[in-house]
Design a binder for this molecule. Structure first.
Ligand SMILES: [Zn+2]
Length: 251
C-alpha cells in the first residue's frame, strides 16, 4: 500500500494491521509512489485532468501552473481549495508505469491511495462520475472519491438549491446535516477505507468487488447514508461473503 501524505486520516499502519488480520498475507506500507517523481510524471498526471463531465476523456495539454501544482503535490506542499477531477483510468496508467518492473508479477498486489478525485466516464448516461475505487492491480483508492462520490441526503441538495436564490450559507446547511455524511478529515475515514480494501482484494481474487446487500462491507454505496451504515454501523461482511473470505484465506 502506498500512502497519500496529504490525508493523515488514512492511517496506513492501522490498515496494514487490518489486512494482516483478515488475510494470510504479508503487507508492506510505502510512501506515495509519486514522492520524488520528476517533471515528466507531473506532465503526465496533469494531462489526466478532465474539465467537461459530459465528454469522454480527451488528453489535456497542461499549463505550466497545472504542472507546477502536480510537482508541489509530490512534495505534499500543493494548496488548492478546488476539487480537481482526473480520469481514473488515465491516472491508473501513469501510476502503473511507476511500479518497478521486478514488482509487476501477479502475486504482488499494489494499492495506491490518493486524494485526487478519480472519475470514470459512463457510456450509460454519457457523463463522468467520481469513483472511490479503481479496481484492478494496481488498485487506486481515492479519499476524495469516498467523500464526494456517494451522494449526500437528497434534502441536503434541495436545501442548497432553495437557499441559493436568497444568499447561500453553505456552512449552516452543512451543520444541519452533520453526521449524515462523511466529511474531509473525518476520523471514521480509516475504518471506511477497510471496506474499499476488501472490495479491491475481492475483485482481484474473485472478479467480483461488490455485494448488493447493505449489510456487507462489499456494498457499493451510492449514498453516504448507506456507506456509513455498511462500513460503520454494520461493519462486517454478509454471510455469503464471510464464506468466500473463509475459502480465500484457506488457500
Ligand atoms: Zn456480501
Amino acid at each position: 500500500m502506498y500512502d497519500e501524505p496529504g490525508v493523515s486520516q488514512i492511517q496506513l499502519e492501522r490498515l496494514a494491521v487490518f489486512l494482516k488480520e483478515t488475510f494470510p498475507v504479508q503487507v508492506e506500507t510505502r510512501n506515495s509512489i509519486l514522492k520524488f517523481s520528476k517533471k515528466d510524471t507531473a506532465i503526465k498526471i496533469a494531462s489526466c485532468r478532465i474539465f467537461n463531465l459530459r465528454k469522454p476523456y480527451e488528453k489535456h495539454s497542461p499549463s505550466i501552473e497545472e504542472i507546477l501544482f502536480e510537482e508541489a503535490n509530490f512534495e505534499d506542499t500543493a494548496k488548492t481549495e478546488n476539487i480537481i477531477m482526473y480520469d481514473g483510468f488515465e491516472i491508473h496508467k501513469v501510476l502503473t508505469e511507476l511500479i518497478p518492473n521486478e514488482e509487476t508479477s501477479s502475486n504482488l498486489f499494489h494499492i495506491f491511495f490518493t486524494n485526487k478525485l478519480t472519475c470514470t466516464y459512463d457510456y450509460n448516461d454519457y457523463r463522468y462520475h467520481g469513483r472511490a475505487l479503481i479496481g484492478a492491480n494496481p488498485s487506486i483508492i481515492s479519499t476524495t472519491g469516498i467523500v464526494e462520490a456517494p451522494a449526500k441526503p437528497r434534502e441536503y441538495y434541495l436545501d442548497l438549491i432553495s437557499n441559493f436564490t436568497h444568499g447561500i450559507n453553505v456552512e449552516s446547511i452543512k451543520q444541519k446535516y452533520k453526521g449524515t455524511y462523511l466529511e474531509y478529515n473525518d476520523a471514521h475515514l480509516s475504518k471506511i477505507i477497510e471496506g474499499y480494501l476488501l472490495q479491491a482484494i475481492f475483485y482481484f481474487e474473485t472478479g467480483e468487488a461488490f455485494c448488493d446487500k447493505t449489510e456487507c462491507r462489499l456494498y457499493n454505496a451510492h449514498w453516504q447514508k448507506d456507506l456509513l451504515y455498511s462500513q460503520l454501523e454494520n461493519g462486517k461482511l454478509c454471510e455469503v461473503h464471510q464464506q468466500v473470505l473463509k475459502k480465500l484465506t484457506m488457500t
